[in-house]
Design a binder for this molecule. Sequence first.
Ligand SMILES: [Zn+2]
Length: 201
Amino acid sequence: MTGIILYLLLYTNKYFLKLKRLKLDSILNIFGMKIQETESKYFMKDDKHNFFMQKALSQAKLALKRNEVPVGAIIVTSSGNIIGRGYNKIESKKCQTAHAEVIAITKACKVVGDWRLDNCWLYVTLEPCLMCYGLIKLSRIKGLIFGARSDLFGFGYKKKGFLKLVDKKLLIKGYFKEQECIDILQQFFKILRNKKRKVSK
Ligand SMILES: [Zn+2]
């Protein structure tokens, strides 16, 4: 009898020690909650990215209509709900903090009631600037999907040594639907050039 009790104690202790070594997501896997797997599968699915990037592009089109540099962003939860939308409002707000990402994140935080957006994904039509990249990291956003490259003000995705120290947990998919995101920007700058030509004539 004592032997059986000892065996059971040793066995359960071994089991819990093993559990302790495992990460939370692995523990959840044991109970059939394959969080990590779901997320990685989600991350790889381009059809979902297509859908949400179109939503971000719709925001960019709103900016274009209002003579702002057309950049749009949305925040999506892991279950696919859009909880924040934003487009660039630098000219109307007369402030450089009015970037699409900042507006979308602010709205998402209000919906969630928390500054932590750790189960959320950010879709934005232009590579985020350093300010927005910092905000994305501080907000603990799970994944970032961006469209056009920004050589001038982008955070430097794929450049050697870009803030790698703080980049361990953020999943990034860059240059997604890049051409569509570039097209709308080019459309804006073409309109701007035409306006300037008309003024100079
Ligand atoms: Zn920015």
